[in-house]
Design a protein around this ligand. Structure first.
Ligand code: MRU
Length: 352
């Protein structure tokens, strides 16, 4: 991704420090934060300074490298790693990439012959996970771009662009690839309450990429589809079950049902690291429920020029904040991965 003429990744590691774009401040301020240890990195994942399944996974991989670097080189080594792994995996339950990355670093460390070799293996594995994620986004763009002829009007939900990955993204990668091939795509971005990833992050990316777009209220997409103003829907995912059911940001399911009803193609895009072969179906995906405050308040740039929140609801009201939902495989046209395009029911073939 290019920001202000400079190439960036969403998250990276320098020495023992994890560095990332602070997504809480976008689109108003662009700030890089330094996370000196795995506790700070875990907090950044939990509090969503970084978010999106691929970016969470890459960050957790780097966090695991921090754990291994911090661990005492004596009898306490294994216990420290166990505790650090629990801290990182306890941050967010739904994004499969978090577990993919932590398991991958753990496996590399377990195979190492010495503490020094374990530290080296952890750093190299974390870096490989991040590089693999960026490359997967580029490949998803290559496979998905032919689905977008010039003038396509596409709907997306939440943010599944650069910021949800290390680079490129999933749902937006085909748009970026089509643009580089000279085609003009119009993107409708669902605002995606309560955290407004569409209005804040997807819109910021599209501005940076020079792509025409409109932010729409979450409730508007059905009407636009019914009126023939949307040609196709592309979303990302946080976890795909073995039967092809897809967990993604809350609100995805209802868009898929409406698209199915109207015969509008509904594509899911993902690196294969998000496929969970041990999860039989969508009913078994752990669904995160976050603080009710995210629903009761709205967060953004205040007239004072500072970031802050405003209360929307009565002080006496409570709220439920279910962060993800499950779209059954039958509503999905196909799943675009870095390995090619698959029928949802055959998604495990992408892992072979
Ligand atoms: O709560 P978030 O912002 O981490 O949720 C992100 C999404 O639901 C994205 O659509 C999803 O991660 C797919 S892109 C990796």
């Amino acid at each position: 991704m290019i920001v202000d003429g400079r190439p960036y990744r969403t998250v990276w590691m320098e020495g023992a420090t994890v560095r990332m774009i602070n997504q809480l401040l976008l689109p108003h301020f662009f700030e890089i934060v330094d996370l000196p240890d795995h506790h700070a990195t875990a907090t950044a994942i939990r509090d969503m300074w970084v978010r999106g399944a691929g970016a969470i996974g890459a960050t957790a991989g780097y966090g695991m490298a921090q754990v291994v670097l911090e661990a005492p080189g004596d009898a306490g080594f294994q216990a420290y790693i166990k505790q650090g792994t629990a801290t990182l995996t306890g941050t967010r339950p739904t994004a499969q990439d978090l577990f993919y990355a932590t398991n991958k670093v753990l496996a590399a460390v377990e195979g190492a012959a010495s503490v020094a070799a374990a530290r080296q293996a952890a750093i190299e594995t974390a870096q490989a996970i991040a590089d693999e994620n960026a490359a997967a986004g580029e490949a998803i763009g290559k496979y998905g771009a032919p689905l977008l002829p010039d003038g396509t009007r596409m709907l997306t939900h939440c943010n599944a662009g650069w910021l949800a990955f290390v680079d490129w993204g999933s749902a937006l990668a085909p748009v970026y690839a089509a643009k580089r091939q000279g085609r003009s795509i119009f993107v409708y971005a669902d605002e995606t309450r309560p955290r407004s990833q569409g209005a804040r992050l997807t819109a910021w990316e599209l501005v940076n990429e020079g792509i025409d777009h409109a932010i729409v209220a979450d409730n508007a997409a059905g009407f636009l589809m019914q009126r023939g103003e949307i040609d196709l829907v592309i979303v990302g995912t946080d976890r795909i079950a073995a039967n092809g059911d897809v967990a993604n940001k809350i609100g995805t399911y209802e868009k898929a049902v409406v698209a199915h009803e109207l015969g509008i193609p509904f594509y899911v895009t993902t690196p294969t690291s998000t496929v969970d072969p041990n999860c039989p179906d969508g009913d078994h995906v752990p669904i995160e429920e976050r603080s009710p405050d995210e629903v009761l308040y709205s967060y953004g740039l205040l007239d004072s020029g500072e970031m802050g929140r405003v209360r929307l609801a009565p002080l006496q009201s409570t709220a439920r904040n279910v962060a993800f939902d499950v779209t059954p495989a039958r509503y999905i046209t196909s799943i675009i991965t870095e390995q090619g395009i698959f029928e949802p029911q055959n998604i495990l073939d992408a892992l072979r």
